[in-house]
Design a protein around this ligand. Structure first.
Ligand SMILES: *[C@@H]1O[C@H](CO)[C@@H](O)[C@H](O)[C@H]1NC(C)=O
Ligand SMILES: *[C@@H]1O[C@H](CO)[C@@H](O)[C@H](O)[C@H]1NC(C)=O
Ligand SMILES: *[C@@H]1O[C@H](CO)[C@@H](O)[C@H](O)[C@H]1NC(C)=O
Length: 669
């Protein structure tokens, strides 16, 4: 359906040449012969697929009275107190709902999604590695089967949709899904957390354990023991009484069954659990984290727990999606709550401060296993706009400040608003690129904010600055105790420039540098969709990305005022600046400012026959160079063209853009 015919290749080229579209306007490109307009479309054309919804909201009003716009940021050269845990550049990772893994990662172990590899490569180059959790509600009844027709790795059992508020179907998958993850890790340093099926405990289905252990090896970070067990009763997967002790009993059973099975001969898998993944404890106070820890869970399973974990969405959009009686949120009304530092500090992170201290006392890294703006798919015009990039970055830095050791932002396929990146719908994958969302840009900035040293600590300075607004949070970033970077935000949306903020950075004891370098996360407005830039590079708008950053990188240098011993950095309303006081700047110093990321440019192919084969460079430009429009290749079955070598080895990887049928349901948390 809708695939370009071989005879239409010339016009397909012409259509691809039209990319990218103009800013602020949604342009839909159709393959020749496909019904529909070839230029701007009404918003309603898109509303069937949330991931590509063009709805924009009105930014919050300019703050009155005016906020403090001259913000003193006084750093100590050494000895800053209360610095928290040391952070990994991979702090901001992704949570991929297991049921959409064949849309995101690839069709199978030999057909990987090249845009996905490129997206991960850009992060790994900055952070050292990338962390991905594969799981969610769909892990709970995932069943390993020997084969699925057509070389697929996953199929949904739509007849078996569970009762409860999230209509995530059970899935069948093959071992090749795990080989696919292994193949990804062989190309880019991606490390995995894999969800264990937990609904059925007598007996547990353990087969994923030896498979993940042997295929992923050191790339397997952890196995997730139950997803939101505190909600099991609510969703009718357990009957009362189901307390933290009952859940602990299940963890015991799991370990006993694993030991008895002989599937973990070295015992290493039994030491890789991440738990308890508590989600919505309001319903059951015994599952409030502070109450949960009192059961002694972390001591009982000290040997088995690699991480302690929670899950949290600030609000729920389930009322709008499922009409389950929950309050229906109006995105325009809640938008200001997502453009404000206080909501992060008070609503999102404060409930976990004690837990994070507790985890430190037990020597366990503390993870936010799954999060985003709103459960049940996010919010239109909130989750998919520049404001969400600022929100995500502020939230990630706030978690790092509050002694979390990592956070996973959820991805749920074409029916949700909050994806960091979305593959095009299957039927259109032959001629469309990926859509890269705000959370991915936040991940780029976070990767550079933390960097690769392994000795980075983050401190929220906002509360210590007299008179500062919640619209202009600022963080100090330290390596080995010394301030090396400053992360400065402006959530206000004021095109007049009157609310631009100037952060006046100084370092005690003559530590103020002579100059600073700056990378910016930018857009015209908090409500802008797509085309955000990180250090001037972008991944385009809807359907415009092959996963590689486009346009040249821009790193600004600002001379500091040596007389006043201050570096003044202006952050427009809205905007974000990562200010490098010292140390290397990623990507800078390469002469032309080119991104040193290894990227994968290879054949994009949909279906196996009778379709166009298009070189990836046709879809996008990379690193400031215009891709040569020369990649139209063979259209005959069994041939590919334009395949490139990866890392100058001879591995040939055929990428395909595939997905599952549209309208097959909601893949949600
Ligand atoms: C993080 O942990 C450190 C101790 O390692 C502590 O001093 C600091 O107060 C904690 N941060 C927060 C926000 O709780
Ligand atoms: C992946 O899918 C393709 C196309 O359906 C098939 O030719 C190939 O054999 C599959 N690979 C594996 C490992 O199953
Ligand atoms: C991917 O996995 C398969 C196993 O299905 C293996 O044979 C193949 O060599 C791997 N390919 C790459 C590029 O690592």
């Amino acid at each position: 359906m809708g695939l370009p015919r071989p005879g239409a290749l010339r016009s397909l080229t012409a259509i691809l040449l039209l990319l990218p579209s103009t800013l602020g306007e949604v342009t839909i490109y159709h393959a020749p012969g496909q019904a529909g307009p070839t230029n701007s479309a009404a918003a309603s054309d898109y509303t069937s697929l949330q991931a590509f919804n063009p709805t924009t909201l009105t930014p919050p009003a300019v703050p009155t009275p005016a906020i403090l716009t001259n913000i003193p940021v006084k750093l100590q050269k050494a000895g800053t107190p209360n610095l928290g845990v040391k952070q990994d550049g991979a702090f901001l990772g992704f949570s991929i709902e297991m049921s959409v893994s064949n849309q995101v990662f690839g069709k199978n172990s030999t057909f990987l999604q090249v845009p996905f590899l490129n997206l991960m490569a850009s992060l790994a180059a900055r952070a050292g590695s990338v962390r991905i959790r594969v799981g969610g509600n769909s892990q709970e009844r995932a069943k390993l089967v020997d084969t699925i027709p057509d070389g697929r790795v996953l199929q949904k059992d739509l007849d078996g949709i569970a009762p409860g508020s999230t209509a995530t179907p059970p899935i069948d998958y093959t071992a090749d899904l795990v080989y696919m993850l292994g193949n990804i890790s062989a190309l880019v340093d991606v490390n995995w957390i894999i969800g264990l099926p937990w609904f059925v405990t007598k007996p547990f289905d353990l087969r994923i354990v030896p498979l993940a252990e042997t295929v992923l090896g050191d790339h397997l970070l952890a196995l997730q023991a139950a997803n939101e067990p505190d909600m099991y009763v609510l969703h009718q997967h357990r009957v009362e009484p189901f307390t933290p002790y009952d859940y602990g009993g299940e963890v015991s059973d799991f370990l006993a069954q694993l030991a008895a099975s002989g599937m973990d001969p070295s015992g290493s898998a039994s030491k890789k659990l991440v738990a308890p993944n508590l989600g919505s404890f309001e319903q059951k106070p015994e599952f409030l984290p502070d109450n949960f820890w009192k059961t002694g869970f972390a001591d009982t399973f000290n040997e088995n727990l690699r991480y302690l974990s929670v899950e949290k969405y600030p609000v729920s959009n389930c009322g709008a999606v499922f009409h389950n009686g929950e309050k229906i949120l109006i995105p325009q009304e809640v938008l200001p709550e997502f453009l404000n530092h206080t909501t992060h500090v008070q609503n999102l992170v404060a409930p976990f401060i004690n837990s994070a201290m507790y985890a430190q006392s037990k020597n366990k890294p503390f993870l936010m296993m799954e999060t985003s703006q709103a459960s049940c798919g996010g919010l239109a015009g909130v989750s998919d706009t520049f404001g969400a990039a600022l929100w995500t970055l502020d939230y990630a830095l706030q978690m790092a400040h509050a002694n979390f050791s990592g956070a996973f932002f959820h991805t749920g396929g074409v029916h949700v608003f909050y994806n960091p990146f979305t593959a095009p719908p299957t039927a259109e994958s032959g001629f469309r690129g990926w859509s890269v969302g705000p959370m991915y840009y936040a991940a780029l900035a976070m990767a550079e904010a933390i960097g690769k040293s392994g000795a980075t600590q983050v401190l929220d300075l906002t509360g210590s600055i007299a008179g500062v607004s919640a619209l202009t949070p600022v963080y100090g970033i330290y390596e080995n105790g010394a301030p090396v970077r400053v992360a400065a935000f402006n959530y206000a949306d004021d095109p007049t420039g009157a609310t631009d903020a100037t952060f006046a950075i100084s370092v005690s004891e003559g530590g103020t540098p002579a100059s600073v370098r700056i990378k910016r996360l930018s857009a015209q407005s908090v409500s802008q969709k797509g085309r955000y830039t990180w250090a001037n590079q972008t991944l385009g708008g809807f359907f415009e990305s092959d996963g590689r950053l486009m346009d040249g990188e821009v790193v600004e240098t600002i001379q500091c005022d040596s007389a006043r011993s201050v570096c003044e950095v202006k952050v427009p309303a809205p905007g974000f600046a990562l200010v490098y006081l010292a140390g290397d700047v990623f990507g800078a110093g390469n002469g032309d400012g080119a991104d040193p990321t290894v990227t994968f440019a290879t054949t994009l192919r949909t279906k196996t026959h009778n379709t166009a084969t298009v070189d990836a460079e046709v879809l996008a430009t990379s690193n400031g160079h215009n891709g040569a429009i020369d990649g139209i290749g063979s259209t005959s079955r069994g041939k590919q063209s334009g395949a490139r070598t990866l890392r100058e080895t001879s591995i040939m990887l055929v990428a395909t853009l595939v997905g599952v049928g549209l309208g097959a349901g909601m893949w949600l948390r």
